[in-house]
Design a protein around this ligand. Structure first.
Ligand code: NDP
Ligand code: 8X3
Length: 254
């Protein structure tokens, strides 16, 4: 029987690449996100290419009731989830603390912290009962450092770091592993979302440099899952070669 992985935020960026990679390695994948059409397209592609089972669940991770109904709707043979990838998340806006937009703050806190908690609360009881499982949380360099105007986004990613530590402690007796993957700059839809659809501004973020790409993160997830059962790769910081820390980059041109 194939292992089962649930990946949140599978309609774009890291989540899509992770879903593709795990399907290519023989996992049955439960793919989630709000954009149903993208989930259906991905399902068709992955089923055709890899012959694994792909189960799309369209819901908003910010709404516990929607998440709960989606998880409870899974067929019996897809309920024993081995791997939960808490990836869905976003930055919205980039503004000093005294000018921040409350709605942007709510979206980030509700998605990056509460959404991750909701999914973890729904999936971990089964892992605890089976005494096995692996949770992979997407943190960020923004969860280790704080950069100008990144205030609330950085705070949410620091929370992901704290919650990853907490999961390791609370789930220790049950043989469940928790891995925090913390990437630096990566070109996905992330900046387009942060700048609310402003393509020119989003493209500027990566100007003159080679950022990470989604497949780099999928590689890391595959590596983490390939470790022997007794090994937990707890905490991984992945930066593009041209990024030294949260604020220092080497660009070819300005
Ligand atoms: P993308 O914008 O490319 O993808 C984000 C994914 O999250 C989409 O599939 C989106 O799906 C999903 N998502 C967002 N909000 C919700 C919601 N309310 N309910 C359900 N799904 C949601 O970004 P990335 O792939 O770059 O980001 C993935 C994760 O990695 C995030 O947690 C981000 O913070 C983190 N990260 C990103 C970095 C980067 O530079 N790109 C670096 C470090 C960490 P949909 O819109 O269909 O709901
Ligand atoms: C995304 C990376 O540095 O833009 O988490 O916050 S950064």
């Amino acid at each position: 029987m194939n292992k089962i992985a649930l990946i949140t935020g599978a309609t774009a960026g890291f989540g899509k690449a992770i879903s593709e990679r795990l399907a290519s390695e023989g996992y049955d994948v439960i793919i989630t996100g709000r954009r149903e059409e993208r989930l259906q397209t991905l399902k068709q592609t992955l089923e055709q290419q890899y012959g694994v089972r792909v189960w799309p669940l369209a819901f908003d991770v910010r709404r516990y009731n929607e998440a709960e109904a989606a998880i409870h709707s899974l067929p019996a043979d897809l309920q024993e989830i081995d791997v939960l990838v808490n990836n869905a998340g976003l930055a919205v806006g980039l503004a000093p603390i005294h000018e921040g937009t409350i709605d942007d703050w709510e979206r980030m806190i509700d998605t990056n912290i509460k959404g991750l908690l909701y999914m973890t609360r729904l999936i971990t009881p089964g892992m605890v009962a089976r005494k096995r499982g692996h949770i992979i949380n997407l943190g960020s360099i923004a969860g280790r450092e704080v950069y100008p105007n990144g205030n609330v986004y950085c705070a949410t990613k620091h929370a992901v770091g704290a919650l990853s530590q907490a999961m390791r402690i609370d789930l220790l007796p049950y043989g469940i592993k928790t891995t925090l993957i913390a990437p630096g700059f990566a070109e996905t839809e992330f900046s387009l979302v942060r700048f609310k659809g402003d393509e020119a501004r989003a493209a500027k973020v990566y100007e003159g440099m080679q950022p990470l790409v989604a497949d780099d993160i999928a590689d890391a997830v595959a590596y983490v899952l390939s470790a022997p059962d007794h090994v937990d790769l707890q905490d991984i910081l992945i930066m593009p070669k041209v990024q030294a820390n949260g604020t220092l980059f080497h660009r070819e041109k300005y």
